[in-house]
Design a protein around this ligand. Structure first.
Ligand SMILES: *Cc1c(COP(=O)(O)O)cnc(C)c1O
Length: 403
């Protein structure tokens, strides 16, 4: 038997990615100052971070991190169930549960591992099924594979599709899972109707609101609270600490029984080092600011309206999003990448999102707004995008005319 040589295989795959223009390269940020980033010796205005509220470098957040690190060090030294569980972790869990109106919260070192944990701990059987929106985050899809349950997907936002999938699923335990705010589209799931579907089909409803908590709703309590729902309709939800809260980690919220079960059985919780207590202190400070500083959300709302109005005026193709995630559909992959490169030349960093992260032909510039942007920066970005598009269409017309 001749086994495939792994080096040859990855070389062939890399060559294919190169031919498709899908090589992935990292940009190194050497300094950061709010929305400004120094990349390759040049300062750019970033429209690509998830620091929607501008808390990542906020003075009180960084001071909390420094104070706690001075007291407790850089790391937690062990997993939660050994001796790594610190009072700062406890305080953060309590604050998060109180803010979002849930009985209990459990802290994870990332949203990715929290998502793996929830399904692995609850859906173990061959007959168990996880029904998911087609555009859910990659970690939710991978979680079903890890859990070993059946995965069924429904068309984006399609409540009836979700109903059908649950109706025709095997009779094991079922979970209905959706992003709150969709990470690449910026739109919001129809949580009220999905919660009814889950109830009718006796499925546990899990909402991953990584991009909603902090941003959506008057008090930033996220999509679930904004839809008037709580632990009765959405027994489990995920909030992350690395996006609008500017830190790192994630929290799963639920009732006492579910959270206790996760803490005792979820492998991605048990077999990993606890988040550094200093990071928990930073997130605790960030939550207090997110709750107190309504101006951050008000400013975002104004910038979102400004961006959408300006994009329309410039004939750019918006997607139906009311959140700080404002993708501009470009369609063709190489065109999208060329646009992003031109924007860098103009002094703006915007990410080009392309397959496999989004479907073929749906490549986009994913613009994200932050409360730290100024209206002038948003207007300047829009002008740069319109110019980049005009240059591209001029070049295409030259190509088409054969000159
Ligand atoms: C970012 C994200 C995650 C992962 O969270 P991390 O803390 O970055 O690992 C999970 N779900 C969604 C919807 C996300 O956008």
């Amino acid at each position: 038997m001749a086994r495939p040589d792994l080096h040859e295989r990855i070389q062939a795959q890399q060559k294919l990615r190169g031919a498709q223009g899908r090589t992935r390269a990292r940009r190194t940020v050497s300094r950061r100052d709010g929305v400004r980033l120094e990349v390759d010796g040049r300062w750019l205005t970033g429209f690509c971070s998830n620091d929607y509220l501008g808390l990542a470098q906020q003075f009180e957040v960084v001071a909390a991190l420094q104070d706690a690190a001075a007291r407790d060090g850089a790391g937690s030294t062990a997993s939660h169930l050994i001796c790594g569980h610190h009072a700062n972790h406890d305080a953060l869990e309590r604050e998060m549960a109180e803010w979002l109106g849930y009985p209990r919260a459990l802290l994870f070192d990332s949203g990715f591992s929290a998502n793996l944990a929830v399904q692995q701990a609850l859906l173990g059987d061959d007959n168990d099924v996880c029904v998911q929106d087609r555009l859910n985050h990659a970690s939710l899809l991978d979680a079903s594979r890890l859990a070993g349950c059946r995965l069924r997907r429904y068309p984006h936002l399609d409540t009836e599709g979700a109903m059908r999938q649950l109706k025709h699923a095997p009779d094991g335990a079922a979970m209905l899972v959706t992003d709150g705010v969709f990470s690449m589209d910026g739109d919001i799931a129809p949580l009220r109707s999905l919660s009814l579907v889950a109830r009718m089909q006796q499925a546990l409803f899990y909402v991953d609101d990584a991009h909603g908590v902090g941003v959506v709703g008057e008090d930033g309590r996220g999509c679930v609270a904004d839809a008037g729902l709580g632990v009765n309709e959405v027994p489990l939800q995920l909030a992350t600490l690395g996006k609008s809260l500017g830190g790192h980690g994630a929290v799963v919220l639920g009732d006492e029984a579910l959270i206790q079960h996760l803490s005792e059985t979820a492998r991605p919780y048990i077999y990993t080092t606890a988040l550094p207590p200093a990071l928990a202190a930073a997130s605790l400070a960030a939550i207090k600011l997110a709750r107190r500083d309504h101006w951050r959300r008000e400013k975002l709302t104004e910038l979102i309206a400004l961006f959408r109005e300006g994009a329309r005026r410039n004939g750019l193709e918006l997607m139906p999003s009311e959140t700080p995630i404002q993708p501009l559909l470009c369609g063709d992959e190489s065109h999208t990448v060329a646009m992003a490169n031109r924007l860098v030349e103009a002094g703006f960093l915007v990410s080009a999102i392309r397959p496999p992260t989004v479907p073929e032909g749906k490549s986009r510039l994913r613009v994200t707004l932050s409360a730290l942007h100024t209206p002038a920066e948003v207007n300047a970005l829009l002008e740069a995008i319109a110019r980049a598009r005009d240059v591209a269409s001029f070049q295409q017309s030259l190509l088409a005319s054969g000159s």
